[in-house]
Design a binder for this molecule. Sequence first.
Ligand SMILES: Cc1cc2nc3c(=O)[nH]c(=O)nc-3n(C[C@H](O)[C@H](O)[C@H](O)COP(=O)(O)O)c2cc1C
Length: 326
Amino acid sequence: MQGLTELLFRRVYEECFPGAIERAVTPFLSLTHNLHNLLQSDGQTSTLRQYLRDVLPEANKGSIPITPQILGKEPDEFIALANKLYDMGYGEVNWNIGCPMRNITGKHRGSGILPYPDEVRGVLDAVVPRIKPLLSVKMRIGLRQKEEIKALVPVINDYPLASVTIHPRLGRQQYTGVPDVETFGQVLPMINHPVIYNGDITTPEDAWRIKERFPGVADVMVGRGILYRPTLPLELTWGEGRVKDGFKTGEPMSDSERLRLTKHFIARLMTKIRNNAKSDESALRKTKEYWCMLWKGLPISEADARKVLREQELTAVDNLIYYFIQ
Ligand SMILES: Cc1cc2nc3c(=O)[nH]c(=O)nc-3n(C[C@H](O)[C@H](O)[C@H](O)COP(=O)(O)O)c2cc1C
C-alpha cells in the first residue's frame, strides 16, 4: 500500500514478526514516459535508484519476500521495467489494475482500465510474451459496474498468469461499502488461474470465513488489516501446523499477548520513522498516516485517537502515542 507498507514498514514488521508474512506485493511503481530511457541509461543513475528504492534487493535482504507491483498500461515501459526487475532478482511482477484514485483511473490506469477488456488484452498481448518474470494481476471487479469483471475473465484466462488477486469492490467505491463477495463467488470458478481474495480481512475469522465459503480460493491477501491488527498474519499462520515464536499451533492468541505485540510493534515503527525522517515535519506526517489505522489495534476510543491527529508538534504526538502504548 502506497506510503504504508513500504520498505521501512516491512523491515520493522519483519523484525517484530519474523516469517509471519509469506509475501508482500509492494506499493506500485508507476510507469512514467521517460522510464524506458532511464532504464536504458547506465542502469545505476541516482534517479533510477530513487525510483526503485523500495525494491532494491540489497535493501530488502532479510526482509519480507516481495513481489514488485507495476501501475500503468504503456507496453514498452512495462516490458522494460518488468525485465529490469527480473534482472534484479524478481521472478514475478504484479500488474495493478485495481487502484481507484481518480487521477489514475481517468487515464485508464489502475481500475480505470477495467471497463475496457480490449485494452487489457492489448496490454497483455504486448507484454506477456516479452517479459522475463511471471506476471500476476491485482484487480477490482470493475470501475463502475460489477459486470465488468465478467467480460474480463475470458481475457485474463487467455494468458499464463501466476495468480489473480481480486478485491471485490468497484473502483468508484474507493474503500467505501462492503466487498461484493457474491460477485467474487460467481467469477471464482470461471477463472483458470490461482485466485487470491482481498478485501476487509481484519480478523482471523474473516480469513477463515472466506476460505470456508470459497474452498477454491488459493489464498487471502491482507491490506489495511496489517495496520488495524499487526499480529494478524501471525495469527493466520496458526492452525496450519506452524509454531511461531514459542506459540503452540492452533491456540488463538490471547488478547493480552496481541496487545503486547501490537504495542511493541507500534513503538518500534515510531522509533524507526523518527530515525529515518528528514525533518520533524515529515516524521509528524508519516506518524499520523500510520496512526489513523494503527490506533484500532489498541483499546482506546476514537476520540482519544483523534487527539493525536490534532497535535501539531512531533513531541506532543510522541508523548500521546507513548502514553497509549506504555
Ligand atoms: C493508502 C492505501 C494505499 C494503497 N496502495 C496500494 C498499492 O500501491 N497497490 C495495491 O495493489 N493496492 C493498494 N491499496 C489497496 C490495498 O492493497 C487493498 O487492495 C485494499 O485496501 C482492500 O483490501 P483491505 O480491505 O484488506 O485493505 C492501497 C490501499 C490504501 C488504503
